[in-house]
Design a protein around this ligand. Sequence first.
Ligand SMILES: [Ca+2]
Ligand SMILES: [Ca+2]
Length: 358
Amino acid sequence: MISPTKPPSPPIRPKVLIIDEANSDLIDVDGDGIGDLPHHELMERFIQAECPTVECEKILFDVKNRFWNRFSNGFKVLHQYKKEEYDAINMSLASYKAYDEITVKGQPIKPDQMHTEKEILRNQSWFNPSVDNALDLMERFLGKLKNQLWNPTKQGWMYIGAGNVSSSFNWLNFVSGAIHVGGELPLSSHNSLVNRLEPYIFNVVKLDEGFDINSDGRVDVSNGEVSGGPSFALSFVGKSLEEVLASPLELQRIKQGEDALCHKKLFSGQQLRALGWIDGDLEKCFASLGSYVFFDTKRMVFKPGFHLSHGRILYNPANKPEDNGKHVVNGLSGTSISAPHALGKDLQTAINRSNEPS
Ligand SMILES: [Ca+2]
Ligand SMILES: [Ca+2]
């Protein structure tokens, strides 16, 4: 006798709310220096890259002015009118404060004290009441997230990046119950409020039909969505270090104001420090990556990840042995990417577990 086959369960389609800025600059995906996707769109792609069945909704805030007032007002609106339930939230908004602006018990705060002194810090006079209000609203909203049966942790997930500057923290990392994602590199902000570490730099690999942003061999951004110019990395890859590293004479010319040279050369961390463009911590970080850096003066960003292989330059910003620099055209970095990467992975892991035979 043939036993009836159990019909397959319908695919689980988790629902994620992305909270981000409405008017952020476009992010360059294909590495030609021209922006391609809005930040919130990139957040969605990183979640989808790990969890293809996800449905994303977005709430985009205009946060250019009076950040906290607009933010907490925005959250009030969310509480009043947004009735849908979500499996997870990706919180991309952030605002930063330097550790050296705060003292606790008469001493400057240390990053590893942030968690134990959390309540004291939230009750100090420097703590903006609008911030406190926003944190309270976020905690209440987090408490209302869907309690999904397929999610083994039975709790709502809110993912918040820790920030990209080691001397400061993100105010939003005070939200209790959230997953605070730091990057696995000293480039990012690290303190005891951070409870999750994820990769900080992601290679963008060119495939035939588009671009793979999470190194799984599947296209996440199609060819038609990018500006399509040559990648900045191409002008260095395959050359010898002598050809591409700024010489002492060129460093001198840059010091005298010849900015155009910045786009034509790579720099070591030591050279950037000598130019006064980075501090000692960043120099150490670049040295630990073993990489040379492209310094984009148009947008003031560092693109690390040029390595030497058999005497030739290759580009592999995430330092992934399996990519080996082949067809890598750009590197995307920051904890605002580490966070949706973690979110997508967790959703897919929960879905896979719920599909396992019991
Ligand atoms: Ca581009
Ligand atoms: Ca992919």
